[in-house]
Design a protein around this ligand. Structure first.
Ligand code: ADP
Ligand code: MG
Length: 445
């Protein structure tokens, strides 16, 4: 079985990938329709889970028509087919400690999230400035300060930075950082253990309260009620409150009106995705901090690959670094390309890219990619082109201008037109329906 799997992969992967991922893996057992594979590092495990395991399942399904499960483990992981071992005393004690409400624990700020390590760019300039003002003059100007914006854009980083800065200015200050969920858990816990007084004392005696991701207050009536009182107490005492969310307060479903209106008393600033220059600067900073020698063009390449989320950007750099150390090769642009190829970061492995759509459509209609993306106006090319644009619109999150750009720099109105044309024709044309259905099925595989 293993030999078969290896042979199949040999045909599919580049030799560098094959040597990295397959040679290092070994089959441990195959029982109860479960294939257990052991790999040497956590990176191997991630890569296997994200990319290879599903391919193995598909291979076995195709060849012997059996649904198997693939489990990838590290040498230190327990045998997955054994019953879970009882947890040790230490582990139990640790879990108990972790389960304690945070008002009975120290909340620690992340040392890496400071103003020094924060790179300023167009998308976060205003948020950064507001954060600095609040850290220097808490409670005076913008209360509450409210950050909103998509995931991985630096909201949490800025909140910690405010906390650090305030403690630097005044080591006696009492700073508390919690996520909205931790706040809710604390609150519920305090009721269950009849320690509401302690809870209130803890939250209402701080100089700076940072509550992260308050969109998770939605639907938590009692917690909102309690937070309302916490907010009022701190506000009246001129203590600084900083909040964050993935959207504006009035867009958070089921957030009480009186909270929404209070959140608007201060300043709301949004953080938008970084432009290419900022992304490069962030990577340069990280690379320098980690003392990695990476050429500029390689950093630009990585920054060009990941354009929305800074956490993913950092993840990509880690991948490239790990890949280089596994293969004992210096970090270059082509190595980076290899490391990031196939590797959809952060669970986005099901995401379909425009390039993949173009590839499939061109093959399906037997035309060249350059014709598909080009300007020729003959029917047997125009229709596949419109279908590809239609699929790009339907199956990806890409914006209209982005799609236009991927099709040889066409205007977004061309994309709108293509989408409408195909949608209309689909209602009447059976051949088109079949082609689109086939392509969708193929792409979703
Ligand atoms: P959010 O809370 O908005 O989801 P985070 O604050 O957790 O995002 O940021 C995600 C990662 O990106 C963190 O590791 C953070 O340090 C890093 N990061 C975000 N913005 C910047 C920036 N402007 N400069 C440097 N690192 C950043
Ligand atoms: Mg966050």
């Amino acid at each position: 079985l293993w030999q078969y799997i290896c042979d199949e992969f040999k045909g599919k992967l580049s030799s560098i990938s094959f040597n990295t991922w397959l040679k290092a893996a070994k089959p441990i057992s195959f029982k109860q329709k479960t294939l257990v594979i052991e790999v040497p590092t956590a990176l191997h495990k991630d890569y296997w889970k994200a990319n290879l395991s599903a391919q193995v399942v598909a291979m076995i399904k195709n060849s012997i028509n059996q649904e198997i499960t693939v489990i990838v483990k590290l040498p230190t992981d327990p045998d997955p087919l054994q019953k879970a071992a009882p947890i040790s005393k230490n582990e139990a004690a640790y879990r108990q400690e972790q389960a304690k409400p945070t008002f009975m624990r120290e909340t620690k700020l992340n040392d890496k999230y400071t103003f020094e390590t924060f790179v300023i760019g167009k998308g976060n300039q205003m948020a950064h400035a507001a954060a600095l003002v609040v850290a220097e003059e808490p409670g005076a100007l913008y209360n509450p300060l409210f950050f909103f914006g998509g995931v991985g854009l630096g909201k949490t980083h800025l909140m910690h930075a405010i906390g650090h800065q305030m403690l630097t200015n005044n080591p006696q200050a009492k700073v508390k950082y919690v996520t909205s969920e931790a706040f809710a858990n604390d609150f519920i816990n305090s009721i269950q253990t009849k320690r509401q007084e302690e809870f209130r004392q803890e939250y209402r005696s701080v100089d700076l309260l940072l509550v992260d991701d308050i969109q998770f207050f939605a639907d938590k009536e009692g917690t909102q009620e309690e937070f309302f009182h916490t907010f009022n107490a701190l506000y009246d005492d001129k203590k600084q409150i900083v909040l964050s969310s993935d959207r504006l307060p009035n867009e958070i479903p089921k957030l009480q009106k009186r909270l929404v209106s209070r959140f608007k008393w201060g300043l709301s600033v949004d953080i938008t995705p970084p432009d290419l220059e900022t992304r490069i600067a962030i990577l340069r900073n990280k690379a320098d901090a980690d003392q990695l020698a990476i050429p500029d063009d390689t950093l630009s390449y990585i920054a060009g690959q990941i354009d929305s989320n800074i956490r993913e950007l950092e993840g990509a750099l880690v991948r490239v670094q790990a890949y280089a150390s596994l293969t004992h090769l210096p970090i270059t642009t082509s190595l980076a390309a290899d490391a990031l190829k196939n590797l959809k970061l952060n669970g986005k492995s099901n995401e379909i890219s425009i390039a993949v759509i173009q590839d499939h459509v061109a093959k399906y209609f037997h035309i060249s990619l350059s014709d598909l993306k080009g300007k020729k106006r003959v029917k047997n090319i125009v229709i596949p082109r419109q279908i590809a644009m239609y699929l790009a619109r339907e199956l990806t999150d890409a914006s209209l201008p982005k799609i236009g750009q991927e099709f040889g720099g066409k205007d977004h109105t061309t994309v709108i037109h293509a989408h409408e044309k195909i949608s209309d024709t689909l209602t009447t044309d059976n051949d088109l329906q079949r082609a689109v259905a086939d392509l969708k099925a193929e792409l979703k595989k």
